[in-house]
Ligand binder design. Structure first.
Ligand code: HC1
Ligand code: SF4
Length: 570
């Protein structure tokens, strides 16, 4: 342990602790900008400067370790002046356009500038027009970049990709796509983690709110919206709602008020995905040998993009079942369209997702119907729907809850937990067990797959055979697992992969709380909803029974294969 004093508080902290962590552990706040716990401590912004008494000098608190008898001051005139100067320097290199910035009101640079009394820069760098491909689902604005390096760190270390890099030496240096490639030629998985880790507005999703508003104003189309599982853990955050208040039923009322015609729930099609995917898995197990590679889930398009760019030889191992988002669109534009007497072209199918990669998934040529219309016309992230609600001047607290529409508004607890890492596997095992045994296990039988570790496993008995399932989240963890599988160091039968740490609750389209990882805080909402649900098995969902009875026949039938399955090609 090391004894030191920070702002007159004497403390003892473990050896190797930084001044910043020591201060924070005793309630002393030191401002930061580029720092991110366990990810980035390069001290580039020099906002966390503190003064060391004996040495009479300023040091960066984020990467200076404590020492015995150190005396630190965090708020002296010299410290305040240096921080202000450093922020003003950053401002001179950052296109200050707060009024129109997507992060206006939720930007760490803006907050710090206000707190430190930074002056408008007398000099502003000039920027060339943004050369970015604005059709790509992820947008980067170089004029907003403050070179904090967080995007590089999260992409390299958490996702094991190297999409971002420092380009050009010396004073010319800037951040850009590795080897200065066009973003569409890079191996970007579109997980969006660089967006949620950016302290300013340099990275964002493509803004599709304008297209959405146009569709809502078009009297010739019926807008059908689906709400993804993870949305119910996060949409209320920007409005100060508790998870208990920010229900999907309250969001449904708001969406109808905005003008959406029919409000459904992706948990319905999560159940449908389980029907197909668990049937596919049981079929796969009939011929799988112990040393064969496992079957992988494929509902996370960030993971599918990663598999396409990094491990194309594994694509045949991926489940052919489309993701819930895509199954939803497919059923909406066929069975449901027929039911309400509309043609697919008269339906504008929208999904609200915690995800940036879902925008690209909806645009895949393989996700387009025979008549040329896409299953899903538009994908909005949680942040985009939040902006839409704000732009209508609505206060969600003033809206009561209302039921979602029938029949695609009904989902089981198994569909709800999809939004958290392990949820897809747990839901699939619940149904696989039923398909094999003809009766339900206790719904919590497979709960060993829950949790926050990057990789977890459970072994269970199905049809007299041991089945080993592994759940992994984060692409660096995924790469590690795949390498072990390929080397024969690990054997298993079924793998669930979610690209984002914690799964979709921590998705790249979710609300941003700078410096905080939110997944572990959001996931309990999904497990609470599942626990309290009367309906906890996908195969028990009455709407699922109806769609098979009226339209699909059985799981893996010809109709189901045509409508609900796909092949993944690099
Ligand atoms: Fe997800 Fe999924 S769980 S992928 O994270 O399988 O985006 O929420 O909607 O499609 O259901 C996302 C979430 C989501 C799909 C489902
Ligand atoms: Fe999208 Fe969820 Fe996959 Fe992240 S984990 S890329 S939010 S589907």
């Amino acid at each position: 342990m090391v004894k030191l004093t920070i702002d007159e508080t004497v403390m003892e902290v473990p050896t190797g602790t930084t001044i910043l962590e020591a201060a924070r552990s005793h309630g002393i706040n030191i401002p930061t900008l580029c720092y991110y716990k366990n990810l980035n401590d390069i001290g580039a912004c020099r906002v966390c400067l503190v003064e060391l008494k004996d040495k009479d000098k300023l040091v960066t608190a984020c990467n200076t370790n404590v020492a015995e008898d150190m005396v630190v001051y965090t708020n002296t005139p010299a410290v305040r002046e240096a921080r202000q100067t450093n922020v003003e320097l950053i401002l001179s290199q950052h296109r200050v356009a707060c009024t129109s910035c997507v992060r206006g009101g939720n930007c760490s640079l803006q907050t710090l500038s206000n707190q430190l009394g930074a002056k408008e820069p007398a000099y502003q760098e000039e920027w060339a027009d943004n050369q970015w491909d604005m059709t790509f689902p992820l947008i980067r604005d170089n004029s907003k970049c403050i070179k904090c390096m967080r995007c590089i760190q999260v992409c390299d270390h958490i996702q094991s990709l190297h999409v971002w890099d420092v380009l050009y030496p010396g004073t010319q240096s800037t951040i850009g796509v590795h080897e200065n490639k066009a973003i569409c030629d890079s191996n970007c998985s579109l997980c969006g983690q660089c967006i949620t880790h950016c302290p300013v507005g340099a990275l964002s999703e493509r803004d599709d709110v304008g297209r959405m508003k146009k569709a809502l104003a078009d009297p010739n189309v019926t807008t059908v919206v689906q709400i993804a599982p993870a949305i119910r853990t996060a949409w209320g955050e920007a409005f100060g709602l508790t998870p208990q208040e920010a229900t999907v039923q309250r969001l449904a009322t708001i969406l109808r008020h905005i003008g959406f015609d029919i409000v459904f729930d992706t948990t319905f099609s999560a159940d449908l995905t389980i029907m197909e995917e668990s049937s596919e898995f049981l079929k796969f197990m009939q011929h799988k040998q112990p040393d064969d590679l496992p079957m992988f889930t494929s509902c996370c398009p960030g993971w599918v993009r990663f598999a396409k760019s990094e491990y194309p030889e594994l694509l045949d191992q991926l489940s052919t079942s489309k993701s819930p988002q895509q199954m939803f669109g497919a059923v909406t534009k066929t069975w449901y369209a027929d039911k309400i007497g509309l043609t697919p072209k008269q339906i504008f199918s929208v999904s609200i997702m915690p995800c940036v990669a879902k925008k690209a998934e909806a645009e895949l040529p393989s996700m387009t119907r025979d008549d040329g219309t896409p299953d899903v016309d538009l994908v909005l992230t949680t942040r985009e729907i939040t902006r839409m609600i704000k732009s209508e001047y609505l206060d969600p607290k003033n809206f009561a809850e209302s039921r979602l529409d029938d029949p695609l508004g009904i989902g089981s607890g198994a569909g709800v937990i999809f939004g958290s890492t392990g949820g897809v596997m747990e839901a699939a095992l619940r149904s696989a067990y039923y398909f094999v045994n003809g009766e339900n296990a206790d719904a919590d039988t497979f709960k060993a797959v829950r949790g926050e570790n990057g990789c977890r496993e459970v072994t269970t008995q199905l049809g007299g055979k041991d089945v080993k399932a592994i759940v992994v989240n984060g692409l660096a963890n995924t790469r590690q697992l795949i390498e072990n599988l390929k080397a024969g160091k690990v054997h298993c039968d079924f793998v669930e992969v979610m690209a984002c740490p914690g799964g979709c609750v921590g998705g790249g389209g979710q609300p941003i709380h700078d410096g905080e990882e939110m997944a572990a805080r959001r996931a309990p909402t999904l497990y609470r909803l599942d626990h309290n649900d009367q309906l906890r098995f996908s195969h028990d969902n009455p709407s699922i029974k109806m769609v098979y009875q009226e339209y699909l026949g059985d799981p893996l039938s010809d109709t189901a294969e045509h409508l609900l399955h796909t092949h993944h090609v690099a």
